[in-house]
Design a protein around this ligand. Structure first.
Ligand code: NDP
Length: 392
């Protein structure tokens, strides 16, 4: 049976997916990595002692993708490039009859809007073609969705509130740098906040709401309410939910730099003209900032990402916290990438493993919480992202 995977994107997360997939070569049998810059693929091939095939592709181009998929003939494609490529890769998978997985929802390059609408619109066509699309198989979205499904299955009759808490306490020693693709990161952080309560979305100014949370193995950190894409599917799939919010930690230095850059217009994503050249300010900033893939070696500290849920079990109130702690240096030792890439790449590999093994396999386009969480939770413990569950 064909169990081969085609990984598209050789950035920070792609690096982790490759390393973890090679560790699971008995499952996948054949691994191909393709990206825009071939030299990145060559470097990774060297690191894993030639155990992968490599190729070059422009994932914005559907015809190129189709030609590559027809050449490689994989069981599935893992889209680990950028959210801008989600629709072209989904389209190429549809036209070649190959399963699809990604880690982030589609974004249009010209508007910072995070929503599943255009990807969910593929559902009927994927069903007709007999293929599956798994959306958001990273950490958040991804593991956080699976945590919610696990709590719903084993801990609650009804979940009333969910807070997703994302802390990165890593220190890379730079005054300002982003831990994953700067463009995607800064678009997300500078967007308006949004949470869902009593059946409707409520909007806040960017980072307007702050709370302090005591993260196990890290300590107390300022945590800011943001919009995050997994909430859009969780409000549909978690029974009885009355409120869901997402919080992320930011240090003072990061926020001061970001506000300053925003105030001078460096986060703008529209084109401006400078000395006769057309440039997008955020692209210029991206070119100036440290490449996230070079941060791994310098980053020390831990991440802690988890879910706090409140609700009812057997008529009694209950509050449960489930989280994973990941150490930047340990992640780097194993894969050459820091914990933000590690915590995204490992779940991407696990999602693919469950699809290849037909444990998670259903025609159509799905979010993570729509599958049985147990096999995924087991794999997290085996593949380097152990989790802890506590009654609060
Ligand atoms: P990087 O910028 O490090 O890597 C992106 C890679 O994709 C680069 O190798 C880049 O090529 C390649 N790429 C970009 N455009 C194209 C294209 N048109 N054709 C082919 N290859 C292309 O990003 P990350 O690895 O940090 O992030 C990867 C994905 O993971 C993103 O979608 C991000 O949003 C998502 N993510 C998800 C998280 C989660 O928890 N769910 C958390 C963090 C990230 P080149 O080398 O030429 O630039």
């Amino acid at each position: 049976m064909n169990k081969g995977i085609l990984i598209i994107g050789a950035g920070g997360v792609g690096r982790v997916v490759v390393h973890k997939a090679v560790q699971n070569l008995d499952t996948f049998k054949k691994i191909t990595l393709a990206s825009r810059t071939l030299s990145r693929c060559e470097q990774l091939k060297k690191e894993v002692n030639g155990k992968i095939d490599i190729d070059r592709v422009d994932a914005d181009n559907v015809e190129e993708l189709i030609a590559l998929i027809e050449k490689v003939k994989p069981f599935m494609v893992l889209n680990i490039a950028l959210p801008y490529q989600d629709l072209t890769v989904m389209e190429a998978c549809l036209r070649t009859g190959v399963h699809y997985l990604d880690t982030a929802n589609y974004e249009h390059p010209d508007t910072a809007k995070f929503e599943y609408k255009e990807q969910w619109a593929y559902d009927e066509r994927y069903k007709k073609a007999g293929i599956m699309g798994l959306l958001g198989s990273g950490f958040d979205p991804g593991v956080t969705n699976v945590f919610c499904a696990y709590l719903q299955k084993h801990y609650f009759d009804e979940i009333e509130t969910i807070d997703i808490l994302d802390c990165n306490a890593g220190d890379h020693g730079y005054p300002f740098a982003t831990n994953f693709n700067p463009e995607i990161n800064l678009r997300e952080v500078s967007a308006k906040g949004r949470y869902w309560e009593n059946g409707e979305w409520k909007e806040t100014e960017p980072l307007e709401i702050k709370m302090v949370w005591d993260y196990p193995q890290i300590g107390k950190k300022d945590s800011y309410l943001m919009y995050h894409e997994e909430m859009e599917s969780l409000v549909k799939h978690i029974k009885g939910l009355k409120r869901i919010r997402f919080f992320m930690t930011f240090g003072e230095s990061y926020l001061t730099h970001m506000r300053c850059l925003e105030n001078v217009g460096m986060l703008r994503i529209d084109e401006i003209e400078v000395d006769g050249c057309k440039v997008v300010p955020l692209h210029v900033l991206k070119a100036l900032l440290p490449d996230p893939s070079t941060l791994g070696e310098r980053t020390k500290g831990k991440t802690n990402i988890g879910v706090v849920a409140k609700g009812l079990k057997d008529g009694k109130k209950r509050k449960v916290y489930i989280y994973n702690v990941c150490d930047h240096q340990e992640a780097f030792k194993e894969t050459g990438a820091q914990a933000v890439s590690y915590t995204t790449g490992v779940p991407a590999m696990i999602g693919a493993k469950l699809m290849v093994e037909k444990i998670w396999m259903r025609e159509g386009v799905w979010n993570m919480e729509q599958f049985d969480p147990d096999p995924f939770m087991e794999e997290l413990n085996k593949q380097g992202l152990p989790w802890v569950i506590e009654e609060l």
